[in-house]
Design a protein around this ligand. Sequence first.
Ligand code: GLN
Length: 603
Amino acid sequence: MKKNISPITIFLQGIVNQMKDRDEGKVADYIPELALADKSWLGIALATVDGKFYTVGDIDKEFTIQSISKAFTYGLALEENGIDKVTKKIQVEPSGDQFNAISLDQSGRPSNPMINAGAIASVSMINGLAEEVRAKIFNTFSIYAGRKLKIDEKVYQSESNTGHRNRAIGWMLRNFDIIENDPVGILENYFKQCSLLINCKDLALMGATLANNGVNPVTQERAINSDYIKYIFSVMTTCGMYDFSGNWLYHIGLPAKSGVGGGILAILPGELSVAIFSPPLDERGNSSKGIKVLKRISSYYNLNINNVTPLQTNSFIRASLDLENLTSSKQRSENEKEIIRKHGKKALVLIIQGSLGFSGYEMITRKVLESSENKSFVLLDINRVMNIDKKIYSLFWEFFQFLKIHNITLLFSSESKSIGLSNYFKEQYEGKFFQTLDNGLEYMENIFIDHFSSSRNISSKFELTDFQVINGLKGDDLQNLQNILQQTEYKKGDTIINIGDIADKIFFLAQGDVDVSITINGKNLKVSSIGAGNTFGEMGLTDQSLRTANITVSSEVARCFELKIKDLQSKKFLNLRLVLMNNIISELSKKLNIANKQVQKLL
Ligand code: GLN
């Protein structure tokens, strides 16, 4: 087996081998320069939204983009004017006419932006002097293609010298005030945009940029505001293949655009694009082999925007839990644990996954309402959500306010910067957004504890004998320990332990709270916290390695009894050390048990 050759490439290569020498269609000759193309050129490029290419055949051969440009220029016109202004000038109905029809609909507008009349009108809607407009078009197309595109001078001259029919269309548009200035410069820009040179791979990347919601998947540069992409796809779907668009949608089912240079671009939004280059055209001006090739690819891989894949019920909710069965990693006193056990059912925790659009939103709201009885909090953990439709942000905001009326607080936890959510949510929800699930759990626990006990009162102090790690320590041993302990007081924000410090002390936290954090890419991430009555740093007793987490004070004050490990070396502390070791091991094994159980719940 030949390594590195994908089955996808093998399939595409098979198509090229079969189709290459078939004699069908006729190379365009109404623009004389186009007639020079070779009938047997055939290239296929498939590009994914993460920038992977599958290419076969005449992949590097350059050709002029021609009418495929219309989709991209239409996008630019939308971006500059908004849809209201643009639709006032250019309709969006399939015309059933030829691409170069000299026609307007009853309202005096071109039927759609994919025929020449509509495309010339799109160029006229890009603001600026002729040279600026040309530069805008070239720059934008170059962002889509990920490289600086150049014009084929000969094709441009050839088209400009013979483009009388397009000039007639331009002047007709002027007559009906669709174009409000002199159309001459606009037409030249139209001819120039049609003469931009691309190869099959460029075209696939231009399509993948649209499929990727406007961001070029290779350069990561945005080519168009994502709000307008659905309108481009819409006209590509209904009008992109001219008077073949109905059949195209029926058999192939992908938004597409063809050009008389022999290119066809077809897109599966959100997933991929396929670009074909084969110069011979059918009577409608679409690449005839291109249509056949795309038909085979779309049916072989079942690519069709009208495919139906019903959602799995509940696929958005990975786990539904509450504070009774999932607690934060904060080390707490028995008293506090008891409160959490008692009130834990009041906090619903939903672990959400997938890509959230309306259906995800519907599923979440449904689940929350079904389990909302006696709830004070709903925490949505969206760490596993890869993508959220923008509209859903505002729907969540609406739901937040809805729940508030019913005395339920909606909280979110998410670290995922990739979907750009946290910033948006942080502003809108203020304190209702947490970096990690654990932080969100702790927040709810603290509120229950504050509400149902006085044990979180800042003045609550623990005596040495309250600590679990010295269980069973009596008489002299206890006295000895007391003698070597040092009392230290810290203020809010003080760092007690730094990553990399030598682990030479054990801390008994008698008063206050501390945060445990680690540093990732220079940033501090809180991973858990510890409350009064617990010990930390006890690993130092087993091996005096280096600290692996930072400990900082989060309460106004914190008071610790500190035990230097080197003070324990003497023989008289042998029993003391044994007791400490025993208790530490039993604590650790308890913690490990809890952690294992929690991991299972979150799997
Ligand atoms: N430049 C060509 C024209 O206007 C584009 C037509 C096309 O590709 N269908 O005639």
